[in-house]
Write a protein that binds this ligand. Structure first.
Ligand code: C2E
Ligand code: CA
Ligand code: CA
Length: 702
């Protein structure tokens, strides 16, 4: 088999065709050919295949059409060598043919050189085609490189340095990013940018690898001409010459300052409190762990934790607004910082909950002393919106080994101690002990159970009568909530009311007590015609945050409950908290006929002077006042003066917890208006009220 070649033969003389084919074969070619006899079929046939050559006769009629064939090929950009098979020896004519684009002319009679010319033309055709594609490719590549450079310059900061690291090129973006004019940069090296996040040794290592021809990529914190910083994501590409050594480096930098700042912010946010800038719980725990670790190893620096909570912060926030609340938290945190030494780690655990970690105190006794001094320090008035806010806080302390040795346990224990301090009294310091933990455990359980108690009908209301000493009639009753726990039996309200207040359950509970009291009023007074009024105890949360006034108005409107049949009892501490808010609420209630009693008078640290500022109807003297009262005692004088003063202010006085007849007689002689206590009756359930009243008045009438 010869070398295959595809040839289009324009010839109408079959013997000539035969000769041509034979000549080709004789010279080792294996032709694949087609014969065309006219111009019309040339056009379609030439497009049919990838011809290696066109062999064209110069005889009639082809001699006239040769120029047409060439024109057609030219127009269609078809590159096929055209070889004429000619009878002529006419040199001029042949020259003309060659000039018009014919590749060669072969003498028909001998067909000498035919194969050779065909081979040559084919080679040249292949070469032309290859050259063509290479050129196109080169052209395209060049265009792409230009585009890429343009894009690179647009989106990146580009610099080129020579083998010695001397800057030989920078683009506009580079100058803009660094603040150095291009002229100041050329001839310098990159040290002009004073990289801040890599040491000299680190750079040496990096360059070592780049010198070996490796591309390096990393993030660099550079310095601008004006001294400010900017982050770049940098790729350094070494260019290796034919001798194998690096002759230049291109550094492509991408400004990532915004991203870096956002990242820094995120990391900061993850570990620091937004408002005060103090470390948050997560970071704090890590710090405690560090201190525990070094204490375990070196046995010095005893870790002690303080948990500090602002007293009544919710109320402050509520009455002054969140903005003022935030300001107070910031000032509070600053005071903690000012008071503590540099070694102290201070955190805001959340809301108004702060903690301090110290490891320079030698004992828990020292810690208690420290805590009291701290509480005193933060007690300085804070000026906010024209007011002076006096903050008090409570503090819990835990130390390494006191019920725990892990960071989270120590922190939890300090929090438990803080809650304990708060439950005792505001402004108090408590040191963690095991009993506290058990107590908290118990309280958590109770609190959980309490959530279900209302729905499961475990909550009920008892009513305790109050005797009017002047008329000897049951003046009114106090509604006292009861909880029968399925396992624990009766749980005292003194126990669960504080928990209900903490969890917000006090709101539905108070509503329940109010509704039940309305039921009693309906039954006893409206249906049975026996006048009754009932006092309901109000916690601060119900008094301030819920619209107690509207609850009572609704009861009146919807169920016809007379305002005079309802009373409310508030505590001293509630009344004292914020007079500007308390007074209007109380006035509104009194205006519609609801009596207001001040409960547990004498248990707080109140002075008598604030009493006159409060719109009140009744003063309830706490039963602790009766403990040591006998004729001529100090307590009896105090009692007399309280009763007199209350009368002067127009309040009537109820003495609570009267258990003995002597107490009653004494109180009567001191002009006390009413008494409440076991002497008269314990609190009783609803169905016993009417029988009690009947029995009481029956006795009276006997
Ligand atoms: P309080 O308002 O001072 O209620 C009087 C408490 O003294 C009642 O205790 C009552 O049973 C008790 N008591 C009455 N007479 C005597 C007596 O002669 N001797 C003794 N030792 N105690 C007497 P209770 O029912 O356990 O209530 C305790 C506290 O729970 C109440 O004190 C009140 O502060 C709170 N509480 C009860 N019910 C409610 C309620 O519905 N809402 C709110 N916010 N607090 C309530
Ligand atoms: Ca009460
Ligand atoms: Ca009371």
């Amino acid at each position: 088999m010869g070398s295959p070649i595809s040839v289009l033969i324009l010839e109408n003389d079959s013997s000539s065709v035969f000769d041509i084919v034979r000549e080709m074969k004789a010279n080792g070619l294996s032709p694949l050919y087609k014969v065309v006899e006219s111009f019309g079929s040339f056009e379609s046939t030439v497009l049919e295949e990838d011809w290696d050559a066109i062999l064209c006769s110069t005889r009639k009629p082809f001699h006239l059409e040769i120029s047409l064939y060439l024109k057609f090929l030219n127009e269609k950009k078809i590159d096929i060598p055209v070889i004429l098979i000619s009878d002529q020896e006419d040199f001029q004519k042949n020259l003309q043919y060659m000039k018009s684009g014919v590749n060669d002319i072969i003498d028909r009679t001998t067909l000498l050189r035919l194969a050779e010319v065909l081979e040559r033309e084919r080679r040249e055709l292949v070469y032309r085609k290859e050259k063509n594609t290479t050129e196109t490719f080169l052209f395209q590549s060049l265009k792409e490189i230009q585009l890429q450079k343009f894009a690179l310059d647009q989106a990146n900061i580009v610099s080129i340095t020579d083998a010695n690291g001397i800057i030989t090129y920078v683009n506009e973006a580079f100058a803009n990013a660094t603040g150095f004019p291009v002229t100041e940069l050329l001839g310098q090296n990159h040290r002009i940018l004073k990289c801040q996040n890599k040491t000299k040794e680190e750079w040496e290592k990096i360059w070592e690898s780049i010198h070996k021809g490796k591309v390096w990529r990393g993030e660099i914190l550079n310095t601008k001409k004006d001294g400010s910083s900017f982050w770049v994501d940098t790729t350094i590409v070494p260019f290796i010459g034919t001798d194998g050594s690096v002759f230049q480096y291109i550094a492509i930098h991408h400004d990532i300052t915004d991203r870096k700042l956002a990242e820094e912010q995120l990391t900061h946010d993850a570990f620091y409190d937004n408002l005060t800038g103090l470390p948050n719980r997560a970071l704090y725990l890590a710090r405690i762990e560090q201190k525990i670790f070094s204490y375990n190893i070196k046995n010095d620096g005893y870790p002690i934790l303080f948990c500090i909570n602002i007293d009544n912060f919710k109320r402050i926030n509520h009455s002054l607004g969140n903005e003022a609340g935030d300001k107070i938290l910031i000032i509070f945190s600053q005071r903690l910082k000012q008071f503590s030494d540099k070694e102290a780690v201070i955190t805001r655990l959340g809301a108004d909950n702060f903690s301090i970690l110290l490891n320079h105190l030698l004992s828990i006794e020292e810690a208690v002393d420290y805590a009291y001094r701290l509480l005193e320090y933060i007690g300085d008035p804070i000026p906010i919106g024209g007011y002076e806010i006096y903050l008090t806080a409570s503090c819990g302390i835990s130390g390494f080994g006191l019920g725990g040795k892990e960071a989270d346990v120590l922190l939890r224990n300090a929090e438990i101690a803080m809650f304990h301090a708060k439950s005792q009294k505001v402004g108090l310091v408590s040191v963690f002990n095991q009993a506290m933990q058990e107590r908290i455990h118990f309280q958590l359980e109770i609190q959980n159970d309490l959530k279900k108690a209302l729905n499961q009908n475990e909550i009920s209301v008892f009513y305790q009568p109050i005797l009017d000493l002047k008329t000897n009639k049951i003046g009114h009753w106090e509604a006292l909530v009861r909880w029968r726990h399925p396992q624990r039996g009766m749980v005292s309200p003194a126990e669960f009311i504080p928990l209900a207040e903490d969890s917000g359950l006090i709101v539905p509970i108070t509503r329940f007590v109010l509704e039940q009291s309305a039921n009693v009023i309906e039954e006893v007074q409206i249906k049975n015609g026996k006048p009754i009024s009932i006092a309901v105890n109000l916690s601060p949360q119900v008094f301030f945050d819920q619209n107690i006034f509207h609850w009572i108005v609704d009861l009146h409107k919807q169920r016809n409950i007379p305002y005079t049949s309802l009373q409310v009892e508030i505590t001293e501490s509630l009344a004292m908290k914020n007079l500007s808010e308390t007074v209007p609420i109380l006035s509104n209630l009194i205006d519609i006929g609801v009596k207001v009693a001040l409960d547990d008078f004498g248990t707080g640290f109140s002075s008598l002077s604030y009493l006159e500022k409060l719109p009140l109807s009744i003063l309830k003297i706490d039963k602790s006042f009766l403990n040591n009262v006998h004729v001529g005692s100090k307590e009896s004088f105090l009692l007399i003066s309280i009763i007199n003063m209350a009368h002067d202010l127009g309040y009537s006085v109820v003495a609570e917890g009267v258990e003995e007849l002597e107490q009653l007689e004494l109180l009567k002689s001191y002009q006390c208006d009413e008494i409440q206590g076991y002497w008269l009756s314990k609190p009783i359930p609803f169905p016993e009220i009417i029988p009690f009243l009947d029995q009481f008045y029956q006795k009276e009438n006997q």
